[in-house]
Design a protein around this ligand. Structure first.
Ligand code: PEP
Length: 260
């Protein structure tokens, strides 16, 4: 964590919580953070609910003036037209989304998203003034075959190919750590996040390298967030399972209280 980059804790709900459950959850989370005097100017908190929850989340957050950001878990590479089932970046933006997750390993694995698809989606997000959270990460087989950084770095290079420097967030999520309870060590996370920052700097220059936030994701819990956040190139976390538990997620968001 570097002082000049605002830490971001992002909760990826995946296909959990319908819109009524989302309202109850978000209200409880916001109140829990408020009761704990959470300072959003020191740690940003963002929620990634299913698409069908976004309107309800927007109404709640805007109505009650909660300082939570939110966004989609995916978007279409297209802006409009005959693409049944797809959701455009424009629609996400119209609902007040700030971010959109792109290239999550579950999209790459279960929906055959290639590096080229991910790149097109990054372009689409930027066209609609959404900040893409670009997920990269190696499988266990990649790790054995290519070592820790090669696959994440090549996925990042492909995602940014031909795209001008812009505000993005990178999420390093080793596939073997997602939902397994087997998180990377802080040294592993730092090693790959540092390699990603070097790769980004080579493509987009020093300013982007220094200002871009890089998150770690994969079995993050309240008990291990501090060790990740002590690393100089880790600027936050993308949290799956633990983001569905208000007490656990709010404790992760408040990592600064237990970091030093
Ligand atoms: C994820 O799906 O992005 C994730 C990091 O999941 P988990 O925290 O459950 O490992």
């Amino acid at each position: 964590m570097a002082v000049n980059r605002l830490p971001l804790i992002a909760g990826n709900w995946k296909m959990n919580l319908d819109h009524l459950q989302a309202i109850a959850f978000t209200q409880k989370l916001a109140w829990t953070l408020r009761d704990a005097n959470h300072d959003y100017s020191t740690t940003e908190v963002a929620l990634f609910p299913p698409f069908t929850d976004l309107r309800s989340i927007q109404n709640l957050i805007e109505g009650d003036k909660f300082s939570l950001a939110y966004g989609g878990q995916d978007l279409s590479m297209h802006d409009t037209g005959a693409f049944t089932g797809e959701i455009s970046g424009g629609f996400l933006r119209a609902l007040g989304s700030k971010y959109v997750i792109i290239g999550h390993s579950e999209r790459r694995q279960f929906h055959a998203e290639t590096d080229e698809v991910v790149r097109s989606k990054v372009e689409a997000a930027l066209r609609h003034n959404l900040i893409p959270i670009i997920c990269v990460g190696e499988t266990e087989a990649d790790l054995a075959q290519h070592g820790p950084s090669a696959v994440p770095v090549s996925q990042l290079s492909a995602a940014l190919s031909g795209i001008a420097a812009s505000e993005i967030v990178i999420a390093y999520e080793p596939v073997w750590a997602i939902g397994t309870g087997k998180a990377a060590t802080e040294e592993q996370a730092q090693q790959v996040c540092s390699a990603l920052r070097i790769a980004l700097t080579e493509v987009w220059g020093v300013d982007s390298g220094e200002s871009t936030r890089i998150l770690y994701g994969g079995s993050v819990k309240s008990g291990n967030i501090s060790s990740f956040m002590r690393q100089p190139d880790v600027d936050g976390a993308l949290v799956g399972g633990a983001s569905l538990d208000v007490a656990e997620f709010s404790s992760i968001c408040r990592f600064l209280k237990h970091v030093v």
